[in-house]
Ligand binder design. Structure first.
Ligand code: F6P
Length: 342
């Protein structure tokens, strides 16, 4: 078979390892040939692709980013978009199937194209770990390592100056990165989108740390929101807190905490640092296995499925299952961590 691979949406450490795993397995086990679409769905709608062979992917598992490039292009939009145009482009170029590596948006598009009769297999990708249907997605472990190191580093400077420091990590809708890095680094509180928390409660944790002579360090997801905003925004800065723009939550909270508690406070947002650089060993192995199993699914004609991690096994689920809802942090996981706060 001739298989087209694309990487779409926000990039993620491990994308290249998926490409390498797929190409090497396909070449060895099935004599498949490969092309790589450039910049995600944009390459599909524009018929923009490059040949990929085993020599092109050698040494790729440790390389960050994606050799194919990525974009947030919607394949249903534009004059060359839509299922009929894509089918025509694939047929004209003899491409039998597509492996789409992406997050919720990418996989939702993949599911719709699969429903229209295009041969697609999905591979889950997100540092946020917010996709349903898989226990973990590659990129998450790397992001947690980076965030953990950042919180560890912030702690020493916080202690030197007896300051409160908030570390903002990625996570638009879910708090997995904050939960894991916060637990690993011993943050004094973890603030995540699934658990809106009152400003009073946050200040209580901060003050209790200060009262025992330590410097409070907090892990905050970019998607975190305060509870009970109306009653609580005694300070003008908090008005901006529930604005639609993403990011900057820690920057808004820090001066408010300082004003309320009298503890000098600072913030740092890690942003795209969490997506850049080399993948962890765990992510390289997971991504490689997912790539290899995606080729198995293609060769078995399991269209509309996604490869996923269950325990230590790679399984096949429907893309519909993976895009049917977010993988949120369960209450009990948060409560387990919250025992350690303050
Ligand atoms: O990949 C998901 C994510 O990392 C979110 O946590 C974050 O909000 C978003 O990507 C940032 O995307 P962009 O690179 O488009 O700013």
């Amino acid at each position: 078979m001739k298989i087209g691979i694309l990487t779409s949406g926000g990039d993620c450490p491990g994308l290249n390892a998926v490409i390498r795993g797929a190409v090497l397995k396909g070449d060895r086990a099935y004599s498949s040939s490969f092309v790589g679409f450039r910049y995600g769905w944009r390459g599909v709608v524009n018929g923009d692709f490059v040949d990929l062979n085993r020599h092109d992917v050698r040494g790729l598992s440790r390389q960050g980013g994606t050799i194919l490039g990525s974009s947030r292009t919607n394949p249903f939009e534009g004059e060359n978009g839509g299922p009929e145009n894509i089918k025509r482009m694939l047929a004209e170029n003899g491409i039998d199937a597509v492996i789409a590596i992406g997050g919720e948006g990418t996989l939702t598009a993949a599911r719709r194209l699969s429903d229209e009769g295009i041969n697609i297999v999905g591979v889950p990708k997100t540092i946020d770990n917010d996709l349903a249907g898989t226990d973990y997605s590659f990129g998450f472990d790397t992001a947690v390592e980076i965030a953990t190191e950042a919180i560890d580093r912030v702690r020493t400077t916080a202690e030197s100056h007896q300051r409160c420091i908030l570390v903002e990590v990625m996570g638009r809708h879910v708090g997995w990165i904050a939960l894991h890095s916060g637990m690993a680094a011993g943050a004094h509180a973890i603030l995540i989108p699934e658990q809106p928390t009152s400003f009073d409660q946050i200040c209580e944790w901060v003050e209790s740390v200060r009262d025992r002579g330590r410097a409070p360090v907090l892990a905050v997801s970019e998607g975190f929101r305060l509870s009970n905003m109306d009653q609580e925004h005694s300070h003008k800065g908090l008005d901006a807190f529930n604005r639609p723009r993403l990011g900057g939550i820690a920057e808004i909270l820090a001066p408010e905490i300082e004003a309320r508690t009298g503890i000098e406070s600072r913030s740092v947002a890690l942003g795209h640092l969490q997506r850049g650089g080399v993948p962890s060993a765990y992510d390289r192995v997971l991504a490689t296995r997912l790539g290899m199993h995606a080729v198995d699914a293609v060769e078995a004609g399991q269209w509309g499925t996604m490869v996923a991690l269950r325990g230590t096994d790679i399984v096949h689920v429907t893309i519909a299952e993976a895009t049917g809802g977010l993988n949120r942090v369960p209450d009990e996981r948060y409560e387990e961590a919250a025992v350690l706060f303050g």
